[in-house]
Ligand binder design. Structure first.
Ligand code: GLV
Ligand code: MN
Ligand code: MN
Length: 419
């Protein structure tokens, strides 16, 4: 191998092949509006996993699956005692998801492997491409749960016992789709972890940059709230004597939004899921279940938002006479990525003359948990109008190719670094 190859300079991935793979994968769970619905551990998730595994085997990788269903496709290096240089992301989607969220990072990893094969490059350390189970946190909460188990943040029993709204657990669903693997989860060294992802926000597009060099990610707190009032007839029950759980929830949603607006810049506050019982047009709602998603890059601001939320929800429940079960189900602190890995991404942009800027991730990613056990960085590419978690999510092939080239170069650099 020449010095140039050892550093990965001037090497290019095949953008058309990457694009074709993305479009092929997007057929699994495709929606009428051009997006994807591939919830974690459904039959469609199994189909996407099978296709990924087949492509990786065709590219000469060996496949292992761990007890959380995380898949690892491994391309051997010269020295297989070295910890692998890993990349990856997720294949599960939101119910109205797009073609790129997660899938891009997985298939960019596959494209790196295919390119190394084409160029006959043997890296010192092995390369692994990971598919993390249930990154989205849509069907099973919390998000990033399986990379969290890999990183030792959650124990295996906690991960396997996460249940969807119908009570089906991740453990049962992994068995059902044939992805309850036999490998222990985590507990092994990873030399470095890089994850390519669409930005899912508007900053790169607004700044006219091709690559976001991701220096870290904002913190998140997720809550589940159940309000219980009293079901009663919508006609004969006077307004002043009602215990309307939905009125309580509506006031709380307004407060969530206010707290987000009052903690600018950067705070995000969302209620995205609500279930009203009995959900009948002429019954005063007796109970409501809803979820709150709070985010901020600064932990102290996020804590302040948390304290205010707890207070206003308690006040509203008392005012209406509702019982409230308020639970914080997830806290993911702000993350700073590894300086050397971040510099490897930045240098790859500079070497390739690619317009880039530093950026903090607004979304959660498996890289956040990987960063606890391995030097980690991420590579962002723009998406049209910054829209994601939407079937109209759209990305330019040239941007995706540029991100994949940066991934290739950063991974080669780390895989050939003296370790
Ligand atoms: C993951 O998609 C998140 O909600 O950030
Ligand atoms: Mn994602
Ligand atoms: Mn997502």
């Amino acid at each position: 191998m020449s010095d140039t190859q050892a550093k990965g300079d001037n090497l290019r991935t095949d953008g058309n092949r990457l694009w074709d793979s993305l479009m092929e994968m997007a057929k699994i769970g495709e929606t009428e509006k051009g997006g994807v619905c591939r919830l974690a551990l459904t039959d469609l998730d199994r189909e996407s996993r099978d296709l990924f595994s087949r492509w990786c085997e065709d590219a000469g990788c060996s496949i292992t699956v761990d007890k959380m269903g995380n898949i690892f496709a491994r391309r051997p290096g010269k020295n297989n005692d070295l910890p692998p240089i890993m990349t990856g992301s997720h294949l599960d989607s939101q119910p109205t998801g797009g073609k790129y969220d997660g899938v891009y990072g997985v298939l960019a990893g596959l494209e790196v492997v295919r390119t190394l094969n084409d160029l006959n490059i043997e890296t010192e350390a092995p390369i692994e491409v990971a598919v993390w189970t249930n990154e989205e946190g849509s069907r099973f909460a919390p998000a990033m749960v399986a990379s969290g188990v890999f990183a030792g943040v959650f124990d295996l029993d906690y991960g396997l016992s996460r249940a969807d709204l119908d009570g089906k657990t991740m453990g049962e669903e992994l068995e059902r789709i044939g992805y309850a693997g036999d490998q222990d989860v985590g507990g092994r060294e990873v030399g470095a972890y890089f994850e390519a992802h669409i930005e899912q926000g508007p900053i790169l597009e607004n700044e006219d940059k091709t690559i976001g060099v991701v220096t870290g990610a904002q913190g998140q707190r997720w809550y589940e709230v159940t309000l219980t009032g009293q079901e009663a007839h919508a006609g004969p029950t006077p307004m002043h004597s009602r215990k309307d759980a939905l009125v309580g929830a509506a006031r709380m949603v307004g407060e969530v939004n206010r707290i987000g607006l009052e903690n600018q810049p950067n705070a995000c506050a969302t209620v995205g899921l609500m279930q009203v019982t009995p959900n009948s047009r002429n019954v005063i709602p007796g109970s409501v279940f809803f979820c709150i998603d709070f985010r901020h890059p600064k932990d102290e601001v996020l804590s302040g938002m948390d304290a205010e939320l707890r207070k206003v929800c308690a006040d509203i429940a008392a005012d209406i006479g509702l019982e409230m079960d308020f639970e914080e189900i997830w806290y993911s602190p702000p993350v700073a990525f590894d300086e050397a890995c971040v510099s490897a991404v930045r240098s790859a942009c500079e070497g390739g003359n690619i317009g880039h800027m530093d950026i903090v991730s607004g979304a959660g990613h498996d890289a956040c948990y990987l960063s606890r056990v391995a030097p980690t960085a991420m590579i962002f590419t723009p998406c049209l109008n910054g829209i994601s978690h939407n079937e109209i999510e759209s990305a330019e092939p040239e941007h995706l190719e540029a991100g994949c080239n940066v991934l290739l170069q950063a991974m080669i650099e780390r895989a050939n670094a003296i370790q």
